[in-house]
Design a binder for this molecule. Structure first.
Ligand SMILES: C[S@@+](CC[C@H](N)C(=O)[O-])C[C@H]1O[C@@H](n2cnc3c(N)ncnc32)[C@H](O)[C@@H]1O
Length: 253
């Protein structure tokens, strides 16, 4: 786990909870490679880029990446980590952005960011903005999760072991304690704990809840068509020991 020297707490939790996932990276690289004009570098728009897990990987592979997120602290860390690589950052809302640059070769929405939006209108806004920034024939690719292993460790079920990182004098622990599938949402609850060194008392446990809207390939295909995009068959990212598998919904302009 790579954590920079003294990032904000939100960045630490983001890195801890998202940064170690890499099962999707080969597919993003493949899609970027396919979309690069003449096999050279692709111009990629990464929506909901966080601290740059995907954006930095694609930049290392030689692609030119615009990394967009609503969280300025995550973007600041991403920019620092990018060093001299070809990554530009944009602080904007995925539902309402307008960039100077258009004609992207590929637009990615990795790691269930699409499921953080609420309802078809918010997704339509993202699809419409993405479409406006893609060149003819270019693709939009969005990862979604629909099949999760549910558990409740607070009710005695066995949950996953915590993700942990030592940073400075403190140990940061984040553990998923309950995953539930409800009618319209997958609800993921985590406990986050900071343990200072030297026997100082830990800060109170922080509870974090994320709800992912349950989406289907068929439902999204309709929404994509309505936004002027042409759906293609979805791709699959297999599950790993620690992470559920995902589907990657694809459509082109
Ligand atoms: C699950 S994280 C994924 C981070 C990164 N794409 C990855 O794969 O590691 C979701 C990201 O989407 C961003 N996000 C959520 N809603 C957003 C919105 N409406 N506009 C822009 N970014 C958003 C969050 O700030 C967060 O960085």
């Amino acid at each position: 786990m790579v954590v920079t020297d003294s990032p904000a707490l939100g960045v630490i939790w983001h890195d801890l909870e998202c940064g170690g996932y890499d099962a999707d990276l080969p597919l993003w690289r493949e899609l970027a490679g396919e979309s690069a004009p003449g096999g050279a570098s692709a111009r990629v728009l990464d929506i909901g880029c966080g601290s740059g897990r995907v954006a930095l990987d694609l930049a290392r592979a030689g692609h030119l990446v615009t990394a967009l997120d609503a969280d300025g602290q995550l973007l600041a860390v991403l920019a620092e980590r990018a060093g001299g690589m070809a990554v530009e950052t944009v602080e904007a809302d995925a539902r309402d952005f307008s960039l100077q640059r258009q004609g992207y070769d590929l637009c990615l929405v990795p790691m269930q960011t699409l499921q953080l939006l609420r309802g078809p209108d918010e997704r339509a806004a993202l699809f419409t903005r993405a479409r406006a920034h893609l060149r003819p024939g270019a693709r939009l690719a969005c990862a979604i999760v629909s099949d999760v292993d549910c558990f409740d460790s607070r009710a005695g079920g066995l949950g996953p072991s915590p993700e942990r990182a030592k940073l400075g004098d403190a140990l940061y622990l984040s553990r998923a304690v309950r995953v539930q599938r409800r009618e319209h949402f997958i609800r993921i609850e985590r406990e986050r704990l900071v343990l200072p060194s030297g026997g100082a008392p830990p800060a109170p446990v922080e509870h974090d809840v994320v709800e992912l809207e349950i989406l289907t390939e068929a439902g999204l295909a309709q929404e994509l068509r309505a936004a002027g995009l042409n759906p293609e068959p979805a791709r699959t990212i297999g599950e790993t020991y620690e992470h559920s598998g995902s589907e990657v919904i694809l459509a082109h302009v």
